[in-house]
Design a protein around this ligand. Sequence first.
Ligand SMILES: *[C@@H]1O[C@H](CO)[C@@H](O)[C@H](O)[C@H]1NC(C)=O
Ligand SMILES: *[C@@H]1O[C@H](CO)[C@@H](O)[C@H](O)[C@H]1NC(C)=O
Ligand SMILES: *[C@@H]1O[C@H](CO)[C@@H](O)[C@H](O)[C@H]1NC(C)=O
Ligand SMILES: *[C@@H]1O[C@H](CO)[C@@H](O)[C@H](O)[C@H]1NC(C)=O
Ligand SMILES: *[C@@H]1O[C@H](CO)[C@@H](O)[C@H](O)[C@H]1NC(C)=O
Ligand SMILES: *[C@@H]1O[C@H](CO)[C@@H](O)[C@H](O)[C@H]1NC(C)=O
Ligand SMILES: [Zn+2]
Ligand SMILES: [Zn+2]
Length: 600
Amino acid sequence: MAREESLVPPRLSSDDGSSVRNEEEDYALLTGERTDHEDKRRAWPSWREIGAFSWAVIATILVIVLAVMYPHNSAEPHNHHSSNTTWGPGGKPTGKRNMIFMVSDGMGPTSLSLTRSFRQYTDDLPFDDILVLDKHYIGTSRTRSSSSLVTDSAAGATAFSCGRKSYNSAISVLPDHSPCGTVLEAASLAGYKTGLVVTTRLTDATPACFAAHANLRNYEDLIAAQEVGEHPLGRVVDLLLGGGRCHFLPNSQDGSCRGDDHDLLKVASQNGFGYIDDRAGFDSLKGGDNATLPLLGLFASGDIPYEIDRRSQNDTYPSLEEMTRTALKAMSKATEDSEQGFFIMIEGSRIDHAGHGNDPAAQVHEVLAYDKAFAAALEFLENDSTPGVLVSTSDHETGGLAAARQLHKSYPEYLWLPGVLDKANHSGEYLAARLKEYLSGPGKDAKDSAKQSWVRKTLKDGLGIDDATDDEVDALLHPDPQIATEHVFTDMISRRAQVGWTTHGHSAVDVNIYASSTKGAWPLVGNNENTDVGDFLADYLDLDVDNVTKLLQDTKSGILQSYDWMGDRLGLNFHTEGLDTYHGDFRKRSPDDCGCGAAH
Ligand SMILES: *[C@@H]1O[C@H](CO)[C@@H](O)[C@H](O)[C@H]1NC(C)=O
Ligand SMILES: *[C@@H]1O[C@H](CO)[C@@H](O)[C@H](O)[C@H]1NC(C)=O
Ligand SMILES: *[C@@H]1O[C@H](CO)[C@@H](O)[C@H](O)[C@H]1NC(C)=O
Ligand SMILES: *[C@@H]1O[C@H](CO)[C@@H](O)[C@H](O)[C@H]1NC(C)=O
Ligand SMILES: *[C@@H]1O[C@H](CO)[C@@H](O)[C@H](O)[C@H]1NC(C)=O
Ligand SMILES: *[C@@H]1O[C@H](CO)[C@@H](O)[C@H](O)[C@H]1NC(C)=O
Ligand SMILES: [Zn+2]
Ligand SMILES: [Zn+2]
């Protein structure tokens, strides 16, 4: 409890309280008087006191002048420790330092409640046992984009990378389709080492926004090329770990999903990257002790499996925690002898996917895996000789998750049932893939009764469900073409656990911000705009992303003759700013509504 309190200063009340206290303390120091207001009034008539009063007036003016010159000092009421990570005079941090930025994609406040209770249930822990994240809560972030109150990950990550609002689907480009400089690019230009670690494709929106610029998030082939150095500023990333291999292989090769035969592994190699693509390669890094940068690690063709499924494939895929530990060690070693530290973005990418899939069992395991990665990053900071800060937040919430659900017309029970989630051994995504394999293989010509028993056994083994109705089994064997099979599985477990969802997309609720301490991350205490998070990342490393924006926008320099390198601009009708209005969609989806590009 004591620790929580020290990490979560009640901002508003103590801001007021401490500024009053500080003025009184200053007055007392300068005048030698006690700070009691009664004393001041009684002391008024004597000449000695008038002299002191004049001095007090001068001193007060001095204090005001100083406060104006150093505005950030007064906003840092709790930081009385001096060290070289303390933001110094003028609000600028000094000294060699590292920034670890973690993104829990799609993790809203309810994900935490759900996961905390799930763990208490499964591990038989008391009601006050909390996640590591819970102990480091410092504030919240408001998430809207320039084009909607409900952001996608692209606009969300652009707010973090550039500190600017943009439209859903924008990969570090502004609403006018010009590129904006990112904190990672600025860090790289300033001599920091940079890294991206994710569990989805490295070409997906969140990592893309730090190291690439594209008018549409779907331009993943183009994003991949920029990430390995076909970028106006050259190679800007030193370490890339995650999935998405298929976008780096030429389409002449098995396992490629590129639209062209551009061989990005060759480009990466020409730009100095070492390359690993499997568990053995990852293990050869020896936890980072044997890693040489730049390094590209692509451990899955697309996404790395959900943690709930990866657990039983640990010999094929590293976990987010393992990648985090290895990456931090590698970055730390690579900057051992340099003046600058590193910037790294680590994403728990698939919390979002579990939200899209409305899969509560997959979600709690994703959040637990993220919590472990967060703890690993904290441990790194505590041990490392270079100071640094760890900040973690989400780009948005996904799924409209509710830790309660009304199942019937009659008044609902007050509960949800973590025990139901505990029985699940796999995600809906995994089970849907197994069902598909079965129906196109051994089950192809099987009798209906055989298919039904296969489904019932799969439900029992995979989700711990042994009371499926005939309708549910039928919905899996003869799916409604508008409903993904995966969602039939996840609806079955959600209803039984009495966990609710309002959407397969994102929602507009504010998301939480966590940090290693409020000392380094003091500007983010309280309720923030997501762009404030982006500003913080650059400010902490004393970087100027506007300088990078100028470089990227400089079409006269000869580097860039136009913005064609960011892909098609999508035409004048593409909506980049302003909110949509009511079209009567509650009745019928408007035919021209394509959900344009905001796939995640
Ligand atoms: C931080 O401060 C300590 C103590 O003043 C000093 O020994 C150390 O060299 C400083 N580190 C950096 C990176 O400036
Ligand atoms: C260290 O990495 C190199 C490649 O950079 C590899 O050849 C070597 O086998 C690795 N060492 C160990 C002990 O795995
Ligand atoms: C997963 O595999 C790695 C490397 O072989 C090993 O160090 C780790 O302990 C394994 N994790 C689990 C949970 O078995
Ligand atoms: C941090 O230090 C502790 C104690 O020396 C050690 O057990 C732990 O492995 C270290 N962790 C990291 C990430 O270096
Ligand atoms: C689910 O996984 C647990 C732990 O891995 C295992 O003990 C249990 O037998 C599995 N359940 C089923 C039905 O496969
Ligand atoms: C940004 O550019 C200006 C003008 O070129 C330069 O004076 C300034 O030092 C740059 N700032 C950073 C942080 O690089
Ligand atoms: Zn997202
Ligand atoms: Zn999403």
